[in-house]
Design a protein around this ligand. Structure first.
Ligand code: NAD
Length: 362
């Protein structure tokens, strides 16, 4: 297959981890006989420095016409002056909105080799396999913002249509997993959450009778996620709650550096990025964990290019690399840590072994 992929390395460790993911995608293309074109563009702080905008027109245009977008991370202390009129994060929010990417999928399935790095008791983590579906283009992050010298406000707003489409997407995903959906809100306090709960209940009842839905308040969910994570299958929630709960969920996996994400709209085009940020504390040292970015590339293969075998091959290669002890500094508790480069090589080596029986179609 032929596919055009836009690569947005961004800031901090973004360029280091996306380079690893591109290397893996190139190996997949070679091994399986595909032709992937890679087109690099600026976003975030790097774009502000170059042309004064966090989302240059040419970057947006390239993303609109690509089959998929692979992103590193944006932001860093250099651009975080609260008084600044342009900020790196604006570029990412604008891109998600411009591409209509309202569904953010964040799978969490701790690997046994990484359990030692998780601050949670291993017996609670065995068998955890959950998927958080976060609403990505509405809610408080996008509502009107007001500021006076004495106060500030951020409007949180959701429409029925916005809730329907994300709950539908979550139900479709639950249907092909274990059939269980947990909808998270704050319906005891927030009007938007009462709307969310009403709509979620109706969509699940009327359209997905085979999916079992339950509701949780976000504060209780924060606790259950750590105390009994194995009980959850698909979790659907609004933008800000999803942002916070998935950083918490990353601790189940042992490191932020292990969690990928896919942001999807109604079509096939999607944006794929690790859930972590630009990690300025370790940027430029060649020690960032590349697995979240590589696993994001696997999601790209599955969701935008419909290459399921290839996606599974990459996921197995990462699992095998972890199993073989290829751990970066965020995960290595008892062995010397690997560099980003060495961890990437470990995945490429596993990928080579994986594809022996399948490939060489040329
Ligand atoms: P962060 O995710 O960048 O880092 C949190 C901690 O996790 C740091 O100690 C970091 O070293 C570590 N970490 C993160 N990714 C890692 C990896 N791949 N390998 C090893 N360790 C890793 O969060 P932060 O420090 O709160 O934010 C830094 C910057 O990133 C801020 O400017 C923030 O706005 C931005 N940010 C961007 C995104 C995005 O682009 N999607 C998401 C979150 C934060």
């Amino acid at each position: 297959m032929h596919a055009e992929i836009v690569v947005l390395p961004g800031d901090g460790i973004g360029p280091e981890v996306t380079a690893a993911a591109v290397e893996v995608l190139r190996a997949v293309a070679k091994g399986f006989g595909h032709c992937f074109g890679f087109h690099e563009h600026r976003i975030g702080g790097a774009a502000i420095d170059a042309i004064g905008s966090p989302l240059p027109e040419e970057t947006l245009l390239a993303c609109r016409t690509a089959d998929a977008v692979l992103l590193g991370a944006v932001g860093g202390p250099r651009w975080s002056d609260p008084g600044a009129s342009v900020r790196p994060e604006q570029g990412l929010l604008a891109l998600r909105q411009a591409l209509g990417l309202y569904a953010n999928l964040r799978p969490v399935a701790p690997h046994p080799a990484a359990l030692g790095a998780a601050p949670i008791k291993p017996h609670l983590l065995a068998g955890v396999d959950l998927l958080v579906v976060r609403e990505l283009t509405g809610g408080i992050y996008f509502g009107d913002k007001q500021r006076t010298p004495n106060d500030a406000s951020d409007l949180c707003r959701y429409s029925v249509g916005e809730v329907e489409r994300i709950v539908r997407r979550a139900c479709q995903l639950a249907r092909v997993r274990r059939g269980k959906l947990t909808s998270v809100d704050k319906a005891n306090v927030l009007e938007t959450s009462r709307l969310w709960r009403e709509v979620a209940t109706r969509v699940a009842r009327d359209e997905f009778p085979d999916v079992q839905i339950e509701h949780q308040l976000v504060d209780a969910m924060a606790m259950h996620l750590l105390a009994r994570p194995r009980e959850y299958d698909v979790i659907v929630t609004e933008n800000m709650f999803g942002d916070i709960l998935t950083d918490e969920a990353s601790m189940l996996a042992g490191s932020l550096g292990l969690l990928p994400s896919a942001s999807l709209g109604d079509g096939r085009r999607g944006l794929y990025e690790p859930i972590h940020g630009s990690a300025p504390d370790i940027a430029g040292r060649g020690i960032a964990n590349p697995y979240a970015s590589i696993l994001s590339a696997a999601l790209l293969l599955r969701h935008s290019l419909d290459l399921r075998d290839e996606a599974e091959c990459v996921e197995r290669a990462v699992a095998e690399a972890l199993h073989a002890g290829a751990l970066t500094a965020d995960l290595a508790t008892t062995t010397p840590p690997l560099s980003t480069r060495a961890a990437t090589r470990a995945v490429l080596a596993q990928l080579c072994e994986e594809r022996q029986p399948i490939v060489m179609r040329d």
